[in-house]
Design a protein around this ligand. Structure first.
Ligand code: LLP
Length: 466
């Protein structure tokens, strides 16, 4: 392969970092709003849920995901309370474990799963199946059969093949499936291309524009074993701007009204999906659940009035906004390297004992994160650092740019906030890394809710030579 000019990862001239990143007066200081509610660093040592991270690492090793139980529960409750007229489904794809599924049930939320694996966690947790919604653009017949046998509350169908598959299964099992239809609202959500899901050219849902969505409604209504609950729209993830939801709601409600006009069927429900953004760094400014609820209700109320239809029972599916800020990842620094760049600048590379296997989001979505030292107070001035992992790839970056104390050294602990969503759930065994544990902390007590993988776990599927 021909060599090419240095790309984005290579600094150009003086090292400034991105324009939104400000050099802090004190690099020890915690940027409060990026952390879960019980985070405290008043003495220079970071504690979460009353547990100091050095103590947690001494007991459970590093790296580890640290889950602030009270923070998780209060975010779940905040959505539940703010959207009291809606059913709130926690999107388990963001992060799911048996303990978390139980907290979700206890806080009165429903649960969105999108695979047989997530369904099995719900089952193990004893989650009430009538409060489970089952998503996915390619659910297998076995997954659908299992969902029907367990009595899940709703199945969100995503293709004509699935409608046929489900109709055949309900006939065979002599049962009824409660169905929502995933529609594509044709919205360009302002987020990373890979996590935007309502524009036309992608795999999810039935297009409203092409007429497929209306056709899907007709086919579901014609299938004796399928009971149509309503339409479902999810426009993408990590979205801050409510105008995307507004356009989507308008288009989905217009279809809802058309079904009632032309087919004389009033669908009782509608789901507007998840996707509410959180703050990973100081450049993000998310709305709180109460603001979101007010905005969304206003949009729906206004549209329904304009269309002259009754408001369907609404539901939403937040994942990231509940679990994202509730977790952080703690790592131990292994090496620090000062790399001299063209133009005389120096970049400080801080290598930690995890990386793209426990947080793929920086490499995959060019995501920004922040971090702080967790084990000691430093008097050194700040230095712009790049926190990298231990994998065999130059793109193995955890935090692209952050100011850390200039004396950051091997043995220091670093903690990255906002890693609750799509980090453990997207973790891999790349380079045969062992996926870190999830340790729930609350009132000074640390509890392992997902244990660290072992080499035996890794090798359990390697059957050797046969
Ligand atoms: N409902 C549906 C149908 C979804 O597909 C998703 C996310 C959600 C709800 C929850 O979205 P949330 O509130 O968590 O944004 N791995 C990507 C995000 C993928 C989102 C997939 N679907 C990331 O790390 O940013």
């Amino acid at each position: 392969m021909a060599s090419h000019e240095a790309g984005w990862a290579h600094a150009d001239g003086a090292l400034k970092g991105p324009s939104w990143l400000r050099e802090p007066a004190d690099p020890n200081a915690l940027v409060r709003h990026l952390w879960s509610s019980t985070a405290d660093k008043s003495d220079g040592v970071l504690s979460i849920g009353g547990v100091s991270l050095p103590d947690l690492v001494a007991a459970h090793g590093s790296p580890a995901y640290v889950l602030d139980e009270l923070d998780f529960r209060s975010r779940a409750r905040a959505f539940r309370d703010a959207f009291s007229a809606y059913d709130v489904y926690y999107a388990g794809k963001a992060f799911l474990s048996v303990a978390v599924a139980r907290w979700v049930a206890e806080e009165g939320l429903s649960l969105d799963v999108c695979s047989g694996g997530e369904l099995s966690v719900a089952q193990r947790a004893g989650f009430p199946m009538e409060r489970v919604g089952f998503h996915g653009n390619n659910k297998s017949a076995a997954e659908l059969r299992r969902a029907l046998a367990l009595g899940v509350g709703r199945i969100v169908v995503d293709s004509f093949h699935e409608i046929e598959r489900l109709a055949a299964l309900t006939a065979e099992l002599d049962t009824t499936a409660h169905v929502m239809i995933r529609v594509t609202a044709g919205v360009e959500a302002h987020t990373h291309e890979y996590i935007a899901t309502a524009h036309e050219d992608q795999k999810f849902g039935f297009s409203i524009t092409s007429g497929d969505a209306f056709d899907a409604v007709r086919r579901v209504l014609a299938a004796p074993g399928l009971e149509l609950l309503g339409l479902h729209s999810h426009i993408g993830s990590q979205i801050f701007d409510s105008s995307g939801f507004e356009v989507a709601a308008r288009r989905v409600l217009a279809l809802h009204a058309r079904v009632s006009d032309e087919l004389a069927v009033t669908m009782p429900e509608m789901d507007l999906g998840g996707g509410f953004g959180i703050a990973y760094t100081t450049q993000d400014d998310p709305s709180d659940p109460a603001q979101l609820a007010t905005e969304m209700s206003k949009i729906v109320e206004h549209e329904c009035r304009a269309l002259g239809i009754a408001e369907p029972a609404l539901s939403i599916e937040p994942g990231r906004a509940i679990v994202g800020p509730a977790m952080c990842t703690v790592y131990e620094v292994g090496t620090v390297k000062r790399v001299h760049l063209d133009g005389g600048a120096v970049r400080t590379y801080v290598s930690v004992d995890g990386g793209m296997s426990d947080n793929i989001r920086t490499a995959l979505y060019d995501a920004d994160y922040s971090c702080t030292t967790a084990s000691r107070l430093s008097t050194a001035p700040p230095v712009l650092a790049r926190v990298v992992g231990k994998h065999c790839e130059a793109g193995d970056i955890v935090v692209k740019d952050e100011f850390l104390p200039g004396d950051v050294a091997p043995g220091d602990l670093l903690a990255v906030p906002g890693t609750g969503a799509y980090c453990r759930s997207m973790a891999s065994n790349y380079n045969h890394a062992l996926r870190p544990p999830v340790i729930a902390v609350r009132d000074g007590v640390a509890r392992v809710v997902v244990r660290r993988e072992t080499e035996d776990d890794l090798l359990a599927t390697d059957v050797g030579e046969l």
